[in-house]
Design a protein around this ligand. Sequence first.
Ligand SMILES: CC(C)=CCNc1ncnc2c1ncn2[C@@H]1O[C@H](COP(=O)(O)O)[C@@H](O)[C@H]1O
Length: 292
Amino acid sequence: MVPVSAHDTDEQPGHTTDVARDPEVRPDEKPASRAPDAERRSGPLMMRRGKVPPTTTDQRLLDRGQPTDWLHADPWRVMRIQSEFVEGFGALAELGPAVSVFGSARTRAADPAYAMGVEVGRLLAEAGYAVITGGGPGAMEAANKGALLGGGTSVGLGIELPFETGLNEYVDLGVNFRYFFARKTMFLKYSHGFIVLPGGFGTLDELFEAVTLAQTRKVTQFPVVLMGTGYWQGLMGWLRDTALAGGMIGEDDLDRLQLTDDPGEAVAAVQAHEMSDAAAEAAGATGVERPE
Ligand SMILES: CC(C)=CCNc1ncnc2c1ncn2[C@@H]1O[C@H](COP(=O)(O)O)[C@@H](O)[C@H]1O
């Protein structure tokens, strides 16, 4: 018998037992039997006589009419969050080399940024990268479409939103998330680089999360390419003239961001980074690790 102390159980206030009992059994349940030969095993526990619970674990599991307030409490959310990581890791672990493409959900098909997204998705696929996007409309759809045209793997990591948009039609492998933070871990864990098309808050959030993790050396240095010089130059100017000049970031932080309008150049930047990483690894000088 494995001894269980009172604080290992879910002891309820008002029930003082200094003797072990099955933590799944409510303290107010009457024992099944006081017969001297009655015995019940439950995991590592062995219970006899007055300690034999009136129900089995399966009976309690299958019992109908139980309270459901736990459904709306944090411990249950923790389980759901865990399951998002399990599903995400399970779906993406064998994806192979991948690049995330971020960009606005609002980019229209007639926008030059859309064509840029299609082209960069296509070139990434042709270079052997799976393309990961947020799975939504606009620039995400463009990159997924390009991945499909290039014969590559087109991945969409969707997010549950108050207004349903669903995964775009060019996603071949989709995972839907409830929680933004679980989804963001997937982008970071499975991407060898980030290509950022013009976008709003969501895109900026994803961009700055990537550069913050690289800046704080929480992840391997990965390439971050901003596509659309006209769109990003204002931000780059502010980062240089205000954030850098004010000492809020370093020169090397700014150097992490590459700027181009050319999809071929964006893909080449990712490949060049991979080659320099491989060379550093061969020389045993990687230093920093991917997130665990
Ligand atoms: C029409 C509309 C707003 C649909 C929203 N549907 C979405 N579906 C999937 N990912 C999204 C969506 N909205 C924002 N995101 C995430 O945030 C980024 C775009 O945000 P934004 O549009 O730049 O700020 C994308 O890279 C994506 O990862």
